[in-house]
Ligand binder design. Structure first.
Ligand code: MG
Length: 218
């Protein structure tokens, strides 16, 4: 991707800037806590993850033929570490928004990736997974593929709005995705948007969130 576009999309910091972020915690659990604090500072209420090439490092095309155990080997460590903390809190909701129709497979993959976590079944049950299942495609047709993740986000937001006391605002949503088009559409709808590349790590996410809190380009 063009570096200007990349910078415009997710306002990330350069390697040098990362090295100079001396106040940040350079260990995984510290970075997870930093990310959680920054999400709250941004008043994020819904964190939405893409699946292919985002939660996992490979592209399944929605047609993964192998086991959930095998696919779980490709869950990115940074998100495997962040997900349990997101799911433990009650003020931020978590969802997966994907073109894949394999929603139950995705739930199994995430459960397996978090198998060491206490109460994993309870935590996993809190995730809403909105894929392009048959009923979703029947309802929305091609728009389920051409409107970025907006229809998926609308579904998840209305789900959580039914149970929450305060509606989720547009700027209370963070989309985490590898697809620039999806991110641009999210930004056009006043959501925050974080781009995932092959080398994504918690440092990068924390720097993006910190930049948003500081009022930089997001
Ligand atoms: Mg993707």
């Amino acid at each position: 991707m063009n570096s200007n576009i990349q910078s415009e999309v997710h306002g990330y910091r350069s390697a040098d800037q990362l090295k100079s972020s001396s106040q940040m915690s350079f260990n995984q659990s510290g970075l997870v806590m930093d990310a959680m604090a920054l999400l709250r500072a941004m008043r994020i209420r819904l964190v939405a993850f893409d699946f292919d090439c985002t939660l996992v490092s490979i592209h399944t095309g929605g047609q993964w033929p192998d086991s959930a155990e095998k696919l779980a080997e490709f869950v990115r460590p940074c998100f495997r570490d962040l997900l349990p903390e997101l799911l433990k809190c009650s003020d931020i909701h978590t969802c997966v928004v994907t073109y894949s129709p394999q929603e139950e497979l995705i739930r199994d993959v995430l459960r397996i990736s978090m198998k060491e976590v206490t109460d994993v079944d309870l935590l996993i049950s809190k995730i809403v997974i909105r894929g392009n299942s048959k009923d979703f495609l029947y309802m929305h047709g091609l728009e389920a593929y051409t409107n970025g993740k907006q229809l998926h986000l609308d579904f998840c937001r209305s789900h959580f709005d039914q149970t929450g006391q305060v509606p989720i605002e547009n700027n209370g949503i963070l989309l985490i995705d590898d697809d620039v088009t999806n991110l641009k559409m999210a930004q056009e709808n006043n959501h925050f948007a974080f781009h995932v590349d092959n080398n994504v790590n918690l440092n990068e996410l924390v720097c993006y969130l910190n930049n948003c809190v500081q009022g930089g380009t997001c």
